[in-house]
Every structure is written in C-alpha cells, then in structure tokens.
Design a binder for this molecule. Sequence first.
Ligand code: ADP
Length: 449
Amino acid sequence: MDQSTIDALRAQAVPPRLHIIDGKSVPASDGAVMDVISPIDGTVLTSMARGTVADMQSAIASARAAFEDGRWAGQPPGARKKVLHKWADLIEANALELAVLGVRDNGTEINMAIKAEPGSAAVTIRYYAEALDKIYGEIAPTASDVLGMIHKEPVGVVGAIIPWNFPLMIGAWKLGPALAMGNSVVLKPAETASLSLMRMVELAHEAGLPSGVLNAVTGEGAVVGEAMGLSMDVDVLVFTGSGGTGRRLMEYAARSNMKRVYLELGGKSPNVVFADAPDLKEAAKIAAGGIFRNAGQVCVAGSRLLVEASIHDEFVAEVAKVSAAMRVGDPLDLGTAIGAVNSEVQLMQNLGFVESARSEGGEVVLGGSRILESTGGYYMEPTIVTGVAPEATLTQKEVFGPVLGVSKFESDDEAVRLANGTVYGLAGGVWTSNLSRAHSIVKRIRTGV
Ligand code: ADP
C-alpha cells in the first residue's frame, strides 16, 4: 500500500450506485436518488438510489424466491464453500480499491480501514466458509421405535441492516454466517457508507453466488429499513447500530411476524487504570488509540477512562500528550492517525456533547473543537474531558465521536461501581499488574467483551 496508488484510486470518478436486486442493477421504483457526500471535503462523490418501500418488497420477493427454489440452499456444502472462498479471494484481490472507496464515503483513516475493512471481511467470510460443512445435526435419545432427529437448517430470508463505521467488516459478520448456511439475504447498507459494501455484493456475484440470493437496497433507514423490519416475509433481522434503532426493530418484529432479531448496539465502555499498572505509558497509548482511532466511531471504543486517584493527573497528562500527537486530517493520507467524522450531523452532535460536558462541570483538557473547516470536510480534535460525574451526559450517553470522559476512583469497589454505572455493557478494559485484582474486577464489570 503506497501513497501514489491510493491517490490514483481516489482520483477515480464513482459511477452512480443502484440497488442490486435479483442479480441486476436497478434504480429506485420512482427513480429517486440521493447525494453521497464525502466527509473528506464535503463534496458530492456520486449519487445512489433512494430506495422505496416497493424496492424493498421486490428485494425481499427475490430473496424468498431464491430460497424456496433451493438454488443456493440446495447446493452441496462443498459448492457453497467454494463460492464463499472465491468471494474472499476477490475481496483480497480488490482490497485497496474497496478500502479507498469506503474511506471516500465514510472517512475512516486508510491505515485502519485497509485491515479492519476488506482484510477483516475476507477473514470472516473464510471462517464461515470453512465452518459450513462441519455443522452436524443430532439424534435424540429415544425409545427404539422412535426416531428424533435435530437438523440445522437455514431459516429462510435474512434482513441485514449495517452501520456506517465499518461497513465491510460488519457486513461480513452478517453475510458470512447467513450465506454459509444457505439463507437468502436482503442487505440495507447505511446511508452514509453504502458504496464499498455494494461493491462487495457485486464481488459475491462475480464469485458465483446465484442471482437473488443476496439483494441490496440503498436508501433511508426510516423508509427501506422500516419496510424490511415490518415485512411478513423476512424471517430474521440482524443489525448493528444505535440502541434507538435496535428498539424499533424489536417493535417492527412484534408488529409483524415476530421475526427473530439479533442486535449489536452501542457502548460506553470503561477503561479502568489502576496505579499499579505495569506500564502506564503503554496504557496511555492504548487508551488514546482506543477512543480516537476512526474518530471514536467504534462501538467498543474505550470512551470512559476511569483512573485511580493517586495517578490521575500524571496519567491524564500522558494520555493528553499522546493524543495531541495523533495527526487529524485527510483519511487517505497514510500518515493520518484520526480521519474524518462521518457526517456533518454527527460532527455537530459531537460538539454538542462537549458543550453539555462543560455545562455539567467537566473540564476540557484537550481539544473540543471542529478543525480543518477550510477543507470542507468534517474533522474534530481528539477531546478529553476530566471531572466527569457519574450522572453526567458524557457518562451516560454514547457520543460515537472523539470525546473521552475521565473520572477518578479511590478503591476497587468504586471503580466497579463507576464502570457498571450506565445502561451499556459492550466492552471494557482493566490495567493492573495484580492478577487477582484483574480477574476479580473483570468478573465484576458487567460487559460482553
Ligand atoms: P447511527 O445513529 O449510528 O447512524 P442508526 O441505528 O441510525 O445508527 O443506523 C444504523 C443502520 O440502521 C443504518 O443502516 C440506518 O439506515 C438503519 N436505520 C435507521 N433507522 C432505521 C429504522 N427506523 N428502521 C430500520 N433501519 C433503520
């Protein structure tokens, strides 16, 4: 990966993006399109179809027909495996092209995107390709004149709704397992990060996935996402995104066919640093990277830093030093550590969080402002706020931006109480050289990862 290849790719025009339904590129039923704005400089990159309810219904009908006639589900496992491996090969062969297209659309710094996006997507798809012919059923213990068999079967039509921070990686988390099992899928990429994922869908077809098995409809969540959620013909919804949308999807399911809903939502993940951490410089570096890479737009970002009081000032100073040295700017520049915020709306929201933190008694010790405005893009300084109270907005609400809230604790019990003091529970970290303490705190912090 060198700068001149990246620059050549970024100079390429991006053709207008249409839906992919039944293996064909199709416009919206009413011909509507929406602008795709690049967060790098605020310019219009291209247009994409603004999907209608009719478009979503036609994609679901295509997926249903493909599932019912067994064109994919009915193939031998080895054949499905071959297609998925070929797909991963194509993703790898087109990795830089996919990554640059994605960065132009969503603003993630390229040195992160290349690994986290096509790199991770290919690995995930291979994992499920390898797993699919190793999933066995069971035979239940029964009386000798009874046979009870448990088959693992595809569920039918899977609806997948994807966020904008890592469209390929998170897209692959949904598509890999669903397609490996033989399901058909309807995909709804995020409004502000559809391009690379739509290209990845095209590559699946080039790899030999039959038409109709994977359909993708672009447009607004509130229109096409809702139509997917309310469909009587979608059997499962898989989603990564905000808690509010997750809640809506459960409502849609309840109001329609009670489809199964799998949600991966936001976080306010605590990073707990004890005075006896073996290497405070390393801890500071990881704390900074953990919140500021991808401009904080990471569900597992360590957005709350809890520091033992005795080292608080010294540790915060070190985190601030490391963070201030992280270069914010053009995400397609290989030297950039923190890229663009995904959209202007998101940037304004981030700044609003900084204001509310100030008004609730927090002290902004680093950053706090929009920068590089003359580029037309959406950039924000890495921002650190100390003295954040347990009930403060910055403790209780996910920012999904480069804003780190810092609080002090005096004891293990207080650290655990603060760490658990939100409705979230996605991820967490503990820094100490005392292994007993590490295991005990890890058990007591209620978090998934
Ligand atoms: P964020 O606030 O991070 O953009 P969202 O949860 O709004 O997170 O977006 C994640 C995905 O959910 C996007 O693909 C978006 O289009 C979709 N989405 C948003 N609103 C709805 C909705 N009402 N129904 C279904 N999908 C939605």
